[in-house]
Design a protein around this ligand. Structure first.
Ligand SMILES: C[S@@+](CC[C@H](N)C(=O)[O-])C[C@H]1O[C@@H](n2cnc3c(N)ncnc32)[C@H](O)[C@@H]1O
Length: 429
């Protein structure tokens, strides 16, 4: 699938491509996420140094003609370097002893002319002293270089924290085993991946070509081919629901990540073409920060699952088949707006307390968020709010580690113990 990728060609001497809306949203996410990532990890003032590696595996030429045609907009390589520089400056405001974000950047670009454009830009912007030192620029396919890059990251003292931006603009350049390799080799990796799921939907059919492709991507086990065929001709929302339910599970579970967000980006609000922005990590806090960003950028994201707690994978009946009716019911799209937030919190309020009911031991709030973590569009803050009513009517008891009883959802802390008040076994009719 190179249809969309081909338009991204840079050539020294020619104007770069124009930045489109889909890239704008993605750039905002990358910039905001990276800024928050550094703030969270440096929130303790005693930490003086953060060693971080940023791998941009599909780097492009580094700049675009701005959307309004006036001047230039930065591409992802400039965005990451400038964001780190800016955050480091913010960390040092009013400090006598400097704090350092010791970042190393790896930019990989397959297309020769685009790579030459990127190198020229990086040299002009940051000076050639940085190239080959903290800025590594590689020409070639990402999968051919990932192992060497991982080894370099591992060798960095205090390293292991790495963010991989894999902006493939398709669905087939980053097979799941490649993500698994990153999660196996690097200690604390995070992946921000674009996945052209709508292009995949138009390609998927129960034929040998499709099956082979899905096998190469490491996603074949997750496809319910029979249902897929029965959904042919169904509205896009039904497809998106079925695909998100099945493929998202495959991608998450086979990637080696423990936490994830996989939601549709709808760049133009109601665009006919959408893709997934996927974030994979081994850390709940990282997932929560990304989830908060989705709610803040509400009108650009959507999903087709339950509004509160997801059931991923086949929605199998006793015969093991997903019925078309089920998926049609689930073809509803949810955005990240006030209506969705309300539905989500109300739904969680109704579902979480019964889930805890019957447990003889209390559960730490941290453990609860860890266990439902990626199966909800809720942030940790929203989960706390959803428990508010149960706390106020004393159906749910929440105790701090030093024995204080919490009286409202918002006051819950990660180490608090949650226990549902057991109902009396004697009932009078
Ligand atoms: C969508 S553009 C990247 C845009 C860039 N991430 C940004 O946001 O500014 C995708 C780029 O990946 C390059 N590319 C395609 N396949 C690749 C591969 N297997 N490895 C590395 N680069 C690849 C294309 O030449 C293109 O420049």
């Amino acid at each position: 699938m190179t249809k969309h990728g081909e338009k991204y060609n840079w050539q020294i001497g020619n104007a770069p491509p124009k930045l489109d809306h889909h890239s704008l949203v993605k750039h905002q996410i990358v910039q905001e996420y990276l800024g928050r990532y550094i703030k969270v990890l440096m929130s303790n003032y005693n930490i003086e140094r953060l060693v971080l590696s940023i791998v941009d595996g599909f780097a492009g030429g580094g700049e675009y003609v701005a959307p309004d045609g006036q001047g230039y907009s930065p591409g992802s390589p400039q965005i990451v370097v400038d964001t780190v520089t800016e955050q480091e400056a913010l960390l040092n405001i009013g400090r006598a002893k400097p704090r350092k974000v010791d970042a190393k950047y790896y930019f990989v670009e397959r297309h020769r002319a685009t790579h030459a454009y990127l190198n020229a830009l990086l040299t002009t912007k940051y000076g050639d002293v940085r190239l080959g030192k903290d800025i590594i620029s590689v020409q070639g396919a990402f999968d051919a270089h990932v192992h060497k890059i991982n080894q370099d990251i591992i060798k960095r003292q205090g390293g292991g924290r790495a963010i991989f931006l894999l902006d493939q603009y398709s669905y087939d350049k980053v097979p799941v085993p490649l993500i698994k390799k990153i999660f196996t080799e690097v200690d604390k990796p995070e992946v921000i991946l674009t996945f052209g799921v709508d292009s995949l939907i138009s390609f998927l059919a129960d034929n040998s070509q499709s099956r082979k492709k899905m096998e190469e991507l490491g996603l074949d086990a997750q496809i319910d081919w029979a249902t897929l065929e029965s959904l042919r001709g169904a509205p896009p929302a039904v497809w998106r629901s079925a695909i998100q339910r099945n493929l998202a599970k495959g991608l998450i579970e086979s990637s080696g990540a423990t936490h994830s967000t996989i939601f549709y980006i709808t760049p133009m609000g109601n665009s006919s073409w959408t893709y997934w922005l996927v974030h994979l990590s081994k850390n709940y806090k990282a997932r929560d920060v990304m989830m908060e960003l989705h709610w803040e950028m509400a009108n650009h994201f959507s999903h087709y699952l339950e509004p509160d707690l997801f059931t991923l994978g086949y929605r199998a009946g006793s015969d093991g088949a997903v019925t078309q009716q089920n998926d049609i019911e689930l073809g509803e799209s949810h955005h990240f707006d006030a209506i969705a937030a309300d539905k989500c919190k109300r739904g969680l309020g109704e579902k979480l307390v019964p889930l805890l009911f019957g447990r003889s031991d209390p559960i730490e709030f941290r453990q609860l968020t860890e266990s439902i973590g990626s199966l909800t569009p809720a942030t940790a803050g929203m989960i706390k709010e959803s428990l508010d009513e149960a706390i106020r009517c004393r159906e749910l008891l929440v105790m701090s580690p030093d024995g204080k009883t919490r009286t409202k959802g918002n006051s819950i802390k990660p180490g608090d113990q949650l226990q549902v008040k057991q109902k009396s076994l004697i009932s009078f009719n």
